[in-house]
Every structure is written in structure tokens, then in C-alpha cells.
Design a protein around this ligand. Structure first.
Ligand code: GLU
Length: 487
């Protein structure tokens, strides 16, 4: 009788800690997680850390942090392959005993010369199977030299391997392109191929969902499963993610680490929604889907065969949508650490939370990322604004009438006792007519004076939050600036 784990849906994310996870890696994790959740299966985390030379310090922590940040909870693991070495050695040994593998004593120098020769003859680099059929005498002699051998797989010399890919359909590779690949390196560590299939088998993985770049490894894996008389899991190779120019995703386009997206103020829910649409779609139209909806609808039938195109503008737009959906309180909670981090040091800490609440109620509608919040809101917090005098006078109003207008507005506002947006509007709107100015020109001028910019949240609400004292002080500062033009 089969145990439950042998029959159920079991997916795994198997990153190598050779770098920090980027979009492509996490999209793979996400599709595995969605598939597992959709089928009520298990999501397993396995760290494939057998490439000692390429191991990056701290990468494992960043991988775990990225998954945690996105809420992709794993049910088992993390398993570390580096802690399972005896298992792979035993299987490699078994493959030798059953004549599916052999010891290879070729020195790096010999292999290098062989590769150079092949390049000269314009042949693809491929091990020439020099050690495949050594006699017992030759083996004993080579062993005596003390060279540490590697273990290679005996790929069938002829024929082909076909497997069924859940996204691509049947895929065939001829054996003559495959090579006698290494299973166990001379340092005793397994290669990716060996450790990967041994663990997928021992961990009862039912489905392997991974990037298209692994497709050419799969016939090797299928051959290994056959040699070991194990049943292979089902395979699904996910489409690549390309930049808008259809070239490999570059840093500029988004090949940055997931933690960098976190630093830039993207929300996990927005990232999950966005990443799922990189390769999967519900109906080619629907863009916004909650996590529950994604889990409910996710299926491999709707994963594309062709590359997905990364579009940063879409990610920003989507993040803005998710930011606007937050309750005001939640938005403040999320934005506060970013304000703390990014506002200039001159702004006194701790920030006043009542004031922050008022400010952020005007910013929530406008921010596309949390990192943008401080930039949009900084003028609310700074003591003095720095801006180009030209913003006050070069536009619709020259310096002299600009100064006059600000002076009159300032005098009127001086008398205001109830400082709220409605009162301010009731006073300032008629002023435009009084001064024979368009509302746009007057409000534009005042906006620059109180915010130092031409684009900001609605003027009266902004002034209401800033408070009377600050606004009048800023009018004075604007007059000071203009006076340099007038003298
Ligand atoms: N360790 C491989 C990686 O880093 C896993 C590939 C696979 O899923 O088989 O992507």
C-alpha cells in the first residue's frame, strides 16, 4: 500500500544559494506554491547547496526572507542538500554497481585539451567517454596514481528520450546530444542532476515546475529515473521572463532581487498578483486577482508556452491600486518605516503620528510605491523649502504681481481663525476674481509658495494640514525669494 505522501500532490521550490533570488526565481516558487495550494497539496523548500564554489554568503537567509515577506509559507523544510551527502554517494555507488555509471579519472588538463580540439573542429564540447570502457587493469593503474575520480552517467549511445511536459506536451531529445554527464564530483559532492532527482524521489515530489532553462536537463533526469527504476515526477517548464525589448531581463528592467522590491516599497500582495500574471492568465483580460482567487483558478493549462514580458509600469500601476485599497490606518502603518528611513535627517524624529496621519491621507491616492511616499510628502515635514524662484514668477505672473498677490493672500489668511479646507477655499476662490486672475493662476502660485512644487495634493487640503503658521511663514519665504528679482 502506498503512503499518503507517495500519492498526494507535493511540490518543491529548490533554489541554489548561488545568488539572491530575483523575479524569475520567485515566480517559480510562486507557481509551485499556487499549484500546491490549489490542489490542497504540500509545498516543500529545499536548498540545493552542493555547488560549494559558487555559494554566496547570506543567500539562504535572503531566499527565506523573500519567501516569508511574500507569505509563501512552506510546509516542509528547508532541507539542505549539503547535509545529505551520504545519500547521493550511496545512489552513485549503486549506479556504478548496476553498470549505469563509471569512474572517470580524466584530469582537468586532459579535458581542457579535448575541449580545445573539439572547438577547433567546430564540434560541441562533449566528454569523449575516454574512461567509459576501461579494463580492470587500466582502472587499477589509474587508481594507483592517486587521482580522485568523478562518477559519470552512462548515457545510452543511441536512441532518444521522450517525456511529456504538462505545458509543452511531448518533448524529445536524442541521446547523442546528451554526453556522459557527471553525477558525483571529485570532492564527493553530487552535481545538480544527481542530487535533484534523488531528492525529488525521496521527498515524493509529484510535480516539478521550473523555468524553461532546465528543459534540456530533463532528459538526463528521465534517464536517471529509468536507470534507478524509479517513477519520474510530472514535469512542467515555465516560460522565461523577458524585458520589454524581448532580451534577457536586465537590472534596469527588473532583474533586481526581491528584497530590493521590498526596499522600494512594493506590497507583497501586489507582487504576487503581478508575478502570477507573468506566464499565467485567467482569461487574458483580468488583471486584479486576490490571493484566494489566484489559488482557486490557478492551473497549468493557462500557463503560456512563450516568454512572458516584464512591464515595470504595470507593476507600479498595480502596486498603486493595492496601496489605495489599504485602509488609511494600514497605509500609515506600512508607510511609516519608509518615511522614517527616507525623510531628511533634519526632520525631527519621532514623527508626530497625528500629523503623519493627516499628511498620508492626502498621499495615499497618489503613491505608486511606499518609497515614493517620502518624496511626495517631504514638503509637509521640512522647515524650509528649496525651490527655483522661477516657479513663482516666470509662468503666468511676473515677479511684481506675484509678490503683490502673495502679500494680499497672506493678509487675508492672517485673519482666518478656523483653518480648514472649506474656509480656505471660501476666502481664496473669490480672491482670484478680485485680483482679476484665473483661479488656476492664483492657486498655482500659492501652491508653489506653500509646497515648493507645481504638482502636489489639492491646495486647500494641503494648506489645512500644513497649518496657518507654516503657510504664512512659507508665503513670507516666497516673498523673500521674489524680492531678489525686484531689487
Ligand atoms: N537548483 C535549481 C535552481 O537553482 C533547481 C532547478 C529545478 O527546479 O530543478 O533553480
Amino acid at each position: 500500500m502506498q503512503s499518503e505522501s507517495e500519492t498526494s500532490v507535493r511540490l518543491r521550490f529548490a533554489p541554489s544559494p548561488t545568488g539572491y533570488p530575483h523575479l524569475g526565481n520567485i515566480r517559480t516558487a510562486l507557481f509551485n506554491w499556487l499549484f500546491a495550494r490549489h490542489h490542497g497539496g504540500k509545498f516543500i523548500l529545499r536548498i540545493e547547496d552542493t555547488d560549494v564554489a559558487r555559494k554566496v554568503e547570506g543567500a539562504v537567509e535572503v531566499i527565506l526572507d523573500s519567501l516569508r515577506w511574500l507569505g509563501l509559507k512552506w510546509d516542509e523544510g528547508p532541507y539542505f542538500q549539503s547535509q545529505r551527502l551520504p545519500i547521493y554517494r550511496e545512489i552513485a555507488q549503486r549506479l556504478i554497481e548496476e553498470d549505469h555509471a563509471y569512474l572517470c579519472y580524466c584530469s582537468p588538463e586532459r579535458l581542457e585539451t579535448m575541449r580545445r580540439e573539439q572547438a577547433k573542429r567546430k564540434q560541441p564540447p562533449k566528454y569523449d567517454r575516454h574512461c567509459r570502457d576501461l579494463t580492470q587493469h587500466e582502472k587499477t593503474q589509474l587508481e594507483a596514481t592517486g587521482i580522485a575520480p568523478v562518477i559519470r552517467f552512462k548515457t545510452p549511445l543511441e536512441g532518444k528520450t521522450t517525456f511529456y511536459d504538462l505545458i509543452h506536451g511531448p518533448v524529445t531529445f536524442k541521446h547523442d546530444v546528451l554526453d556522459d554527464f557527471i553525477l558525483l564530483k571529485s570532492d564527493g559532492y553530487p552535481t545538480y542532476h544527481l542530487a535533484n532527482i534523488v531528492d525529488d524521489h525521496l521527498m515524493f515530489i509529484s510535480h516539478v515546475l521550473r523555468g524553461d532553462e532546465w528543459l534540456s536537463s530533463t532528459p538526463r533526469h528521465v534517464l536517471l529515473y529509468q536507470a534507478l527504476n524509479w517513477q519520474a515526477p510530472q514535469f512542467a517548464h515555465l516560460p522565461m521572463i523577458l524585458g520589454p525589448d524581448r532580451a534577457k531581463l536586465s537590472k534596469r528592467h527588473g532583474a533586481i532581487t526581491i528584497t530590493e522590491y521590498q526596499r522600494q516599497g512594493y506590497l507583497p500582495d501586489a507582487m504576487i498578483n503581478f508575478l502570477t500574471l507573468l506566464g499565467w492568465s485567467l482569461d487574458d483580460r483580468t488583471e486584479l486577482l486576490s490571493q484566494e482567487e489566484l489559488i482557486k483558478h490557478f492551473s497549468l493549462e493557462r500557463v503560456g508556452k512563450t516568454a512572458a514580458i516584464f512591464n515595470r509600469d504595470k507593476l507600479e500601476w498595480m502596486n498603486g491600486v493595492y496601496l489605495r485599497k489599504l485602509s488609511p490606518g494600514e497605509f500609515v502603518r506600512q508607510a511609516m518605516p519608509f518615511l522614517d528611513r527616507d525623510l531628511p535627517e533634519s526632520v525631527e524624529r519621532p514623527l508626530n503620528s497625528t500629523y503623519v496621519n493627516q499628511v498620508l491621507s492626502l498621499i495615499q491616492e497618489r503613491a505608486k510605491t511606499l518609497a515614493e511616499v517620502s518624496q511626495l510628502a517631504s514638503f509637509f515635514f521640512l522647515e524650509e523649502l528649496k525651490y527655483d524662484t522661477g516657479l513663482l514668477s516666470s509662468g503666468k505672473l511676473a515677479a511684481e504681481p506675484a509678490a503683490r498677490t502673495i502679500t494680499i493672500a497672506s493678509q487675508k489668511l492672517e485673519e482666518v481663525t478656523t483653518w480648514d479646507a472649506t474656509t480656505l477655499e471660501d476666502i481664496l476662490r473669490p480672491l482670484a476674481t478680485e485680483l482679476n486672475l484665473s483661479a488656476g493662476a492664483l492657486f498655482g502660485l500659492l501652491r508653489v509658495a506653500v509646497t515648493g512644487r507645481t504638482a502636489a495634493p489639492p491646495l486647500f487640503q494641503t494648506m489645512a494640514v500644513l497649518g496657518k503658521k507654516k503657510c504664512l511663514k512659507r508665503f513670507d519665504a516666497a516673498l523673500q525669494l521674489l524680492s531678489t528679482y525686484l531689487s
